[in-house]
Design a protein around this ligand. Structure first.
Ligand SMILES: Cc1cc2nc3c(=O)[nH]c(=O)nc-3n(C[C@H](O)[C@H](O)[C@H](O)COP(=O)(O)OP(=O)(O)OC[C@H]3O[C@@H](n4cnc5c(N)ncnc54)[C@H](O)[C@@H]3O)c2cc1C
Ligand SMILES: NC(=O)c1ccc[n+]([C@@H]2O[C@H](COP(=O)([O-])OP(=O)(O)OC[C@H]3O[C@@H](n4cnc5c(N)ncnc54)[C@H](OP(=O)(O)O)[C@@H]3O)[C@@H](O)[C@H]2O)c1
Length: 298
C-alpha cells in the first residue's frame, strides 16, 4: 500500500478524543507505519459530526449503483481528483450534503474489500430511510454525479488478537464493515483453532445483504460460521443458517467466554445497547466489545 495525501506527515494539532471503541488500543501494524501516526491519533468516530477537527474535503463521483436488497442500494464512488482512497477495512467515509439548515453530514461504512476495487474507488451500502434527508439526496444520484466527502475515519477495525475467537454482530447495513474485513478474517482463520461467527439481523431472507458471499465464505472456510437472524420471516422451509429473532436474542443462545471471545457490534443503536448490557453481565471486559453505532447526528 502506498501513502497518500489524506494522511498528513504530522498528527493534527488537536484531536477529537471521542471514541466508539473506548477500550480500544492504538492501531499498530502496517497502516500505522504508512500513515506515520496511529489510529488513536486520527480524528475519531463518529466522523466529523459535531467535531471541529480540521479535515480535507474531496469530491466523490458516483461510478455505479446496484440494488442489494429491496431496501438497500450499493453506491460505488471514485475520487474526482484521481487520488487513491486508502482505508482500513472497518472504517467509514463521511458524506457532506448541502442542506436548508446548513451542511448535513452522514457517515457510511465502507463495504468494499481493498483487493476488490481499484485503489481509487469505494463502495457503501445504504438503507433507504423513509423521509431521510441524506437518503433523499443519495437515492436521487445518478452515475456521474458528485458528492463531497471526508475520511476515512474510525477504529472499528480488526486487530491482531492472537488466539481469540470473534463474534461479529450486525443489523442491516451494519454488516458492511465485516464484508470489507473478509480478507483479514480469512487471514486470521489460517491460525489453527480460531473461530469466527457472524450474526446478521434483517427482517427476512431477501434482505440478507452480501448474504450469499458470507455463505460461500462459510462453505470454503469451515471455521467461519454465518447465522441469519430474521426478525419477521424465515424461508419456507427454513435454511440451515436461519434463526428467528433479533441478534441479541440469538446471541444469548451461544456459548460465550469473556476470556476467549471478542465481540464486534455494528448497526442499530438499540441492538448495540442491549447486546452490550448482556455482555457486561457475562463480565466481558470493555476492550473485548467493539462498537459502531449507526446514528444521524443532526
Ligand atoms: C459511523 C457510522 C456509519 C454508518 N454507516 C451506515 C451505512 O453503512 N449504511 C447506512 O445505511 N447507514 C449508515 N449510517 C447511518 C447514516 O449515517 C444515516 O444516519 C442514515 O443514512 C439516515 O440518514 P438520513 O439523513 O437519510 O435520515 P434522517 O433525516 O437523519 O432521519 C429521518 C428520521 O428517521 C429516523 N430514522 C432513521 N432511520 C430509521 C429507522 N430505520 N427506523 C426508525 N427511525 C429511523 C431518524 O431518527 C429521524 O428521525 C452510519 C452512521 C454512522 C454514525
Ligand atoms: N434512531 C435512528 O436514527 C435510527 C434507528 C434505527 C436505524 N436507523 C437508520 O436506519 C437505517 C436502517 O437501519 P437498520 O440498519 O437498523 O436496518 P433495518 O433494515 O431497519 O433493520 C435491520 C434489522 O434490525 C432489526 N431491529 C430493529 N430494532 C432492533 C433492536 N432494537 N434490536 C435488534 N434488532 C432490531 C429489524 O427488525 P424489525 O424491523 O422487524 O423490528 C431488522 O430485522 C440505517 O441507516 C440506520 O442508521 C436510524
Amino acid at each position: 500500500m502506498t501513502g497518500h495525501a489524506l494522511f498528513p506527515k504530522q498528527p493534527p494539532a488537536r484531536y477529537n478524543t471521542r471514541t466508539l471503541d473506548p477500550g480500544g488500543e492504538a492501531c499498530k501494524g502496517p497502516y500505522a507505519a504508512v500513515q506515520g501516526w496511529t489510529l488513536r491519533d486520527r480524528p475519531a468516530s463518529p466522523g466529523l459530526e459535531g467535531s471541529s477537527v480540521p479535515h480535507e474535503v474531496f469530491g466523490l463521483r458516483l461510478a455505479a449503483r446496484r440494488l442489494l436488497t429491496p431496501r438497500v442500494v450499493e453506491f460505488q464512488f471514485e475520487r474526482v481528483d484521481g487520488r487513491p482512497f486508502a482505508y482500513v477495512p472497518g472504517q467509514f467515509v463521511t458524506l457532506h450534503f448541502p442542506g436548508s439548515e446548513g451542511e448535513l453530514r452522514r457517515s457510511y461504512s465502507i463495504a468494499s474489500m481493498t483487493e476488490e476495487v481499484a485503489a481509487r474507488s469505494i463502495a457503501i451500502a445504504v438503507t433507504e430511510v423513509p423521509n431521510g434527508r441524506a437518503c433523499r439526496i443519495l437515492f436521487g444520484l445518478a452515475p456521474g454525479d458528485v458528492v463531497q466527502a471526508s475520511g476515512p475515519f474510525g477504529r472499528f477495525i480488526l486487530r491482531d488478537d492472537p488466539g481469540m475467537d470473534y463474534l461479529l454482530v450486525a443489523t442491516g447495513t451494519g454488516v458492511s464493515p465485516y464484508r470489507a474485513m473478509l480478507p483479514g478474517l480469512r487471514q486470521r482463520l489460517a491460525e489453527p483453532g480460531r473461530e469466527i461467527r457472524l450474526l446478521l439481523g434483517v427482517r427476512g431472507p431477501e434482505e440478507l445483504l452480501y448474504g450469499e458471499e458470507f455463505l460461500a465464505f462459510s462453505r470454503t472456510v469451515p471455521a467461519f460460521g454465518f447465522i441469519a437472524c430474521l426478525s419477521r420471516f424465515l424461508s419456507d422451509p427454513p435454511r440451515d443458517h436461519e434463526r428467528r429473532g433479533y441478534v441479541q436474542e440469538i446471541l444469548k443462545s451461544l456459548s460465550l467466554d469473556p476470556h476467549r471471545h471478542i465481540v464486534y457490534l455494528c448497526g442499530n443503536p438499540e441492538m448495540i445497547d442491549a447486546s452490550l448490557a448482556y455482555l457486561k453481565a457475562l463480565e466481558f471486559p470493555l476492550p473485548a466489545i467493539r462498537r459502531e453505532k449507526y446514528l444521524s447526528s443532526n
